[in-house]
Ligand binder design. Sequence first.
Ligand SMILES: [Zn+2]
Length: 503
Amino acid sequence: MAAHPAAMPTRRLLPLLCLLAVAATAAPVPVAPRDRLLQVDHIPAADQQPGHRFDYSDYNRVELLSLVRDQALLLATAAEAADLQRAGYQVTTLLQSADPLTLYRRALYGPTLRLPSVYHTYDQIVARADELVRLHPERIARVTIGETTQYHRPIYAYRVSRDARVPQPLPGVLFDGCHHADEVMGAEIVTALLEQLVLGYGRDPRVTGWVDHCEIYFVPVVNVDGHDIVTSGRDPRWRKNARDVNGDGVAGVFPEGVDVNRGYDFNWAMGGSDQPASDRYRGPHPFSEAENRAMRRLVELKPFVLSISYHSQGEVIYYPWAWNGLAAPDDALLKEIAGAMAARIRTMDGKGTYAVSPGGPSSQSYAWLYGRKGDFDFIIETGKGAHLFAPTEVPGLIAANLPGAQALLDRAAGPGLAVRVTDAASGRPLVAQVWLPRIENETVDRRATDPQFGCYWRLLRPGKYDLIISAAGHAPAVLPGIEVKPGEWTPLEVALKPESPAP
Ligand SMILES: [Zn+2]
C-alpha cells in the first residue's frame, strides 16, 4: 500500500524543499531520521476520513505502523513529532532509537518487546491440537503435509470428521492461516475453530452436522518458519518465509524470504515481484517453496469444495476473481457465498460487517485453488489497521470471525452435484473429468474426481445443468439437463464403459 499524500504534510513537502535546496547550494541536505516511535491517542473520527491526517489508507506498516480505532503508532522525525503536537494531537513518545527494529518491536510487541501471550507459538498450537488428537482420536487426526523451506520444520494439517482415523468420501472444507508470517490472527482463528468443532461434536447440533457431513482440514500455520520469526520475538515485521535468498548462509535477515502467497502456479508470473527484496517476492519459479508444495500435497490428498485462507488486514473477503475485467465462471455463486460469510463478520468498530471484493487472478492460493482445482477459496482479511493487534483486540477478532467460518461450513451441505464415477466393468472408482461446458470456460482447468473414491462435489445453484464426464480408455458420458435440487447435494452416479481395445 502506498502512503497517501495527505498523511504527513511535513513529509509531503520535504522532497520539494530538498530539490530547491539542492538547486540553490548543490550541497547534500541531511535527511532527519525517523527515529521516534509516537503514540497518538484520541484521534477524532473526522481526522480519519479519506484525505485527512490519519486516513486509514495511509496505513503502510513502514511509517504508520498501526491505526486501530482512535489510536495510531507511527515513526517520526523530531520535526514531524513537533508538528503533530502543534496541531493539537495527544502525542506520546514511546521510544527513541537509531535502530528501526527496536522501534518496530516496541510498537508491535508492546513494552515487553516480546509477543504477548494471548498469541501462540507454533509449538503451542501443535501441542493444543495434538492434545485433542490424543483425547479424541476418532474425531481428529494429524497429517504431515510437508516441511518448511529453510529449517525443515514439519507442516501439519489436522483432519476432523465423523471418523478421522480414515479418509472419508465426504465434501472437503479447508481452513488455513499464516501464509504471511505476521498475519498471526489466522493461526488463532483456525485453531479456535478446530477446538470448537472437536469439542462441540455431540453437544452442539450445528457442529455435529458439519462434522458428520464434511471432512474438514485445518492448517493453522502454512508459513511455519516465518511465523516463528514473528512469534519468537525476533522481528514483528516478518511477512515472507525464512529462505536464505542470497545464499550467504545467514537466514532471517530482513527483508529476505519468499512470499509464499505468490508461489502457486496459476498465472504465477503475473503475481508478486521478481525482486528478492520485495515483500511480495514470488521466488525463482512456481512451487519453489516447500510451503507451497505442502499445500499442493494436501490438495492431492483431499480435494476441497470450499476453503478460507486467513490473512490480515482490511475487513474484506476476496473471492476469485477479476481478470482483465472478466469475472470467474462461477462469479455469481462465489460472490453469493463471500457475501453470506461477510454479512456474518462484524467490523472492529461494531458499525458494520466485512466487505467483499473480487481479487486478482494470479499466483495466490485462492486463484490457484479455484482455477486449477475447482475449490471455492476465499481470502479473509481479518481486522483493520494492524497485522499484530493489541492483546485486548484478539478475543474479539476471533469471536467476530467464527460466524464467517460457520457460514462457509453451512454451504458445504450443498446445493450442488455429488458426482461419483466408476468403471462400469469393475465397479472401481475412476479419475474422470467432470465438465460443465456452459459454465467452465478455458480460464479454468477441468475439474476431476478423486482417485480414492471417484468423487467430485460441485456447488451449483438449483437448476438444470449439462455435464460431460470423461476418463482415459472409457467412452465419455454426455448428460444433458441434470437437475440440481435445492438445499442438499444431488447424487449423480456415473459408470463409464471401458472402450474395447483397437483390433
Ligand atoms: Zn496476507
